[in-house]
Design a protein. Structure first.
Length: 230
């Protein structure tokens, strides 16, 4: 069973339209939808915002719905000047930017010293990369991401991430907690992010209504092809 976590309800609904033999189950505050896509058994759910919500969701998929692979699709903020809105990031490595190691062990926060660094499954990364490159003409990057319980918009936040995690090409609020849970359960996973904004660029954004529509269409197209490729 493949667990699919989406960031937004509109993405979930776009993918649900492709779900065959759908079964719905309410579990506490969430509704989970199971069925098949591209011949693969999946259970999908809207994961919620932030590290705690995504960790709870991921744990439920593994324990309650017996998922042995996790795929997470959503959005992130780009932090490199070569990126543009709607580019895709396939996450190969992740850590928390708000786990400040200086206060724990007196070591500077970075990917080397971070206590929690997680890696996506290499086979799934390659399948995701090939899938992303096939669906449209936006750039596709495979790289590192940092996560934390803050929407990154202030110059001081960006500067901190760039100084401590120069390898990171994007930031979000869920990837690392999903990677953390999957790693604890030894469940292979991969995470894909579509860039909704480029934090360091002025005016590099997209009308949210237009972005939601594009993101949902691309999430559905990506999911079908990705599941067919694994």
């Amino acid at each position: 069973m493949i667990g699919l976590i989406t960031a937004m309800n509109c993405e979930l609904e776009a993918i649900r339209e492709l779900l065959e033999n759908e079964k719905e189950e309410k579990y506490f505050s969430q509704t989970y939808y199971s069925g098949t896509i591209s011949g693969k058994e999946v259970t999908m759910v809207e994961g919620g915002v932030g590290k705690v919500a995504s960790a709870i969701t991921c744990t439920r998929l593994i324990e309650r719905f017996h998922c042995d692979m996790i795929f997470n699709i959503g959005t992130a903020g780009g932090i490199k000047d070569f990126e543009n809105v709607l580019d895709m990031v396939i996450v190969d490595r992740m850590t928390y930017h708000d786990w400040v190691s200086e206060t724990i062990n007196n070591l500077p926060s970075n990917f080397v010293n971070a206590e929690y660094v997680f890696n996506s499954d290499e086979r799934l990364i390659e399948a995701a990369r090939k899938t992303a490159e096939s669906i449209d003409d936006h750039q596709v990057f495979v790289g590192s991401i940092v996560s934390g319980d803050a929407f990154i918009s202030q110059d001081s936040q960006v500067k901190y991430i760039q100084e401590h995690f120069p390898e990171a090409i994007a930031c979000d609020m869920e990837s690392t907690s999903i990677g953390h849970v999957c790693s604890m359960y030894d469940v292979p996973f991969v995470i894909m992010r579509s860039l909704s904004d480029i934090v360091i660029k002025q005016g590099n954004d997209l009308d949210f209504v237009a972005y939601v529509k594009k993101a949902s269409e691309r999430a559905a197209a990506f999911t079908v092809k990705f599941l067919a490729n694994i």
